[in-house]
Design a protein around this ligand. Structure first.
Ligand SMILES: C[S@@+](CC[C@H](N)C(=O)[O-])C[C@H]1O[C@@H](n2cnc3c(N)ncnc32)[C@H](O)[C@@H]1O
Length: 213
């Protein structure tokens, strides 16, 4: 089974020999990939619904990975075993992500790899407010621009408003996909501006221009 560019990019942030908990694994495509590629040592594939977990179990069995990919029916991280060091939470909304983080003692995990489809700046504000530390950030285009954030719960620093909106590491690195992402956003804002003269939109466009230049 082919893995999407988005899930491959997420996999690239998993450290060698990690013991991973994939929250909301769905069909366990990413969980299986992490073992097949020799990236993770063990993966717990968790989902809170019977349907996706059934599909995950079938997929794990079809690939003969039953000893290394362990399905768990659970809400968030509530049943995460004690050997887990890395948590992946991908493809969910910010509110679900927040609930998952707040329903458990997250300090016991070493590394979080998170990808939400919207409200990424709310996620950065959340990380900043809790003094967590962003370790890595990336953007991938897979029919849509997805941002991935890697963080831990060691002492971080407060992020500026600009960093919350655009990402402290993305702003520093300014790689090609990030600039494409900003140009895409600018294009959308210019379209809105055609019918709606909004000073806030003008301000965002000039912020984007100052980052790009
Ligand atoms: C949109 S899919 C994302 C699947 C995969 N993580 C990805 O990024 O492609 C969301 C999955 O998360 C599961 N899910 C939603 N809320 C959850 C929760 N609180 N705990 C565990 N799984 C959850 C859903 O059942 C579904 O299988």
């Amino acid at each position: 089974m082919r893995l999407s560019k988005r899930l491959k990019k997420i996999a690239s942030y998993v450290e060698h020999d990690a013991i991973v908990y994939d929250v909301g694994c769905d069909h366990a495509l990413l969980s299986c990939f992490l073992i097949k590629e020799g990236i993770a040592k063990k993966v717990y594939a968790g989902d809170n619904k019977e349907g996706p977990l059934k599909a995950a179990k079938a997929n794990i069995k079809a690939q003969g990975l039953e000893d290394k990919v362990i399905p768990i029916l659970a809400d968030g991280l509530k049943k995460a075993p004690y050997d887990v060091d890395t948590v992946i939470i991908a493809g969910m909304g910010f509110n679900t992500l927040k609930m998952v983080l707040e329903d458990t003692d997250i300090k016991r995990f070493k590394r979080f790899i998170v990808q939400i489809n919207h409200q990424v700046s709310d996620l950065r504000a959340y990380i900043s407010d809790h003094n967590y530390k962003i370790l890595e950030e990336g953007v991938i285009y897979d029919g849509f621009y997805y941002e991935i954030i890697v963080f831990d719960t060691t002492e971080g620093r407060r992020l500026s408003d600009l960093e919350i909106s655009y990402g402290p590491i993305l702003l520093k690195r300014k790689d090609e996909v990030f600039i494409d992402h900003l140009n895409d956003r600018k294009g959308k804002l210019l379209k809105i501006l055609e019918n709606h003269d909004d000073p806030k939109i003008k301000e965002e466009i000039s912020t984007i221009d100052s980052i790009i230049k």
